[in-house]
Design a protein around this ligand. Structure first.
Ligand SMILES: [Zn+2]
Length: 201
């Protein structure tokens, strides 16, 4: 079994440790990505350490946990039922996970799914642990598995570091779109110095 390095959190309040673990094998509808870059959320330690207190009914991944939101890299291997992704593709891994089959998922409202989870971070859903069990690999590892629906091909002129920002840029874009902001309109952006605020300008 091939091995890889992964930064894992063994307990709240402790530093992550770099451990040697098995490289995962992708299931039929999953993709194995060799991680080249991953976003680091400045507030991640604060959120993780306080999450069980702030949101005791919503799960963090089980420890030892591999965090890491907004990874990018190169596809290493694909499952037999993966249709639109092939080894060698340069990709961004969208961290949004949901069941994909319930009524709200089919309606495009993933965040209302009972399983909605931010892979490599936390879940905002009571049943999100099921997603963490299926996808325990965040971006702070040399390899991670991800469902084929989360894979976004990136152009050759986009760096992996730039791709690691797509999650925040996309969130800002989505907010402006939902607010129907556009030419000739004035928008008040709260928290302008943060990643979301900067991305929305
Ligand atoms: Zn769903």
């Amino acid at each position: 079994m091939a091995k890889m390095l992964a930064a894992r959190l063994h307990a709240l309040g402790e530093p992550m440790s770099v451990d040697t673990i098995d490289v995962p094998t992708p299931r039929p509808t999953d993709v194995l990505v060799r991680v080249k870059a991953c976003g680091i959320v400045p507030n991640m330690a604060n959120v993780i350490n306080n999450w069980p207190t702030w949101f005791p009914h919503q799960p963090l991944p089980k420890f030892p946990a591999i965090f890491g939101l907004d990874a990018s890299g190169v596809v290493e291997q694909v499952g037999e039922a993966v249709l639109n992704t092939k080894p060698g593709d340069r990709v961004y891994v969208n961290p949004l996970r949901s069941c994909g089959s319930c009524q709200v998922c089919r309606g495009g409202e993933l965040s209302r799914c009972r399983y909605f989870t931010l892979n490599g971070y936390f879940s905002t859903s009571r049943d999100g642990q099921r997603i963490f069990d299926l996808y325990p690999y965040g971006g702070f590892a040399e390899y991670m598995t991800a469902p084929q629906y989360s894979i976004v091909n990136i152009p050759d002129n986009m760096t992996f570091e730039q791709a690691g920002k797509l999650g925040y840029i996309g969130t800002s874009y989505g907010a402006l779109k939902n607010a129907t902001a556009g030419p000739g309109q004035v928008a008040l952006i709260d928290g302008i110095t943060g990643t979301l605020g900067v991305a929305s300008t």
